[in-house]
Design a protein around this ligand. Structure first.
Ligand code: AMP
Length: 233
């Protein structure tokens, strides 16, 4: 059940998990827009820290550039205080927790209502990621097949060039997706055991979305979703 803050306000805390290319970013945006949850992305948060040259940002950059996960103690030190500032908000956490240690740290700091896991076939992920180009500074992602930039090879907002990350190139992809699965499995098992895990599988984000939307409609009463939307705009 959503945690009760006072008579008029309910808080709803959700996590979304899924491998790179699973449509997690798109679904998170739709949830944030449709249900008024604050979208907290660990990747965006790291990029903000890198851009403003914080100590954690400088450290995180060395890992991200090598295609590695940022160590758990750095992530929890960054993310948990941010969540503590959000005690009056409902949120959707995207990209955290990625490891069992992060899930345990999150468990001890707050109670989750729901975990959405996107279980997308490997062939679909490979197909999507091999067409994926990003604007490195902002993390904006384009797909040359179904979400291309307005001008080929160039970011829509800044006009800067797009790059294909080394680990989105075909030779690195399968190893990367396997590694994601190995690390995510124990996290998924924890949430399954808690009875808050909902898994969605399909090759098409637009076919998954109605199921997620009706699940959230059932879990978040409309008047609360409206109040949250009003408070986040
Ligand atoms: P994303 O935008 O979620 O793909 O994140 C970009 C990069 O940030 C990842 O490839 C990781 O190197 C790092 N990162 C994001 N979230 C986490 C996390 N929870 N734990 C460790 N590293 C992370």
């Amino acid at each position: 059940m959503a945690q009760k803050l006072d008579d008029t306000k309910l808080l709803f805390r959700a996590v979304i998990m899924g491998p790179p290319g699973s449509g997690k970013g798109t679904i998170s945006e739709r949830i944030a827009r449709g249900f008024g949850l604050q979208h907290l992305s660990s990747g965006d948060f790291l990029r903000e820290n890198i851009a403003s040259n914080t100590e954690a940002g400088v450290l995180a950059k060395t890992y991200i550039e090598k295609g590695l996960l940022v160590p758990d103690h750095v992530m929890t030190r960054l993310l948990l205080p941010r969540l503590e500032e959000m005690t009056c908000h409902s949120w959707l956490l995207d990209g955290f927790p990625r490891t069992l240690a992060q899930a345990e740290a999150l468990n001890s700091s707050c109670e989750l209502d729901l975990v959405i896991s996107l279980n997308i076939p490997l062939e679909t992920l490979k197909e999507r990621l091999s067409h994926r180009w990003i604007h490195q500074a902002s993390g904006r992602v384009y797909n040359m097949c179904f979400n291309p930039p307005r001008v080929q090879g160039v970011d829509d907002i800044t006009g800067e060039p797009l790059i294909q990350q080394d680990d989105d190139k075909p030779e690195a992809l399968v190893a990367r997706l396997r590694h994601y699965k190995d690390v995510a499995k124990p996290v998924i098992d924890v949430y399954k055991a808690k009875g808050i895990l909902h898994t969605f599988s399909d090759t098409d984000t637009d076919r998954i979305w109605p199921y997620i939307s009706s699940l959230l409609s059932a879990k978040i009463p409309t008047d609360i979703a409206d109040a949250q939307r009003a408070s986040t705009h």
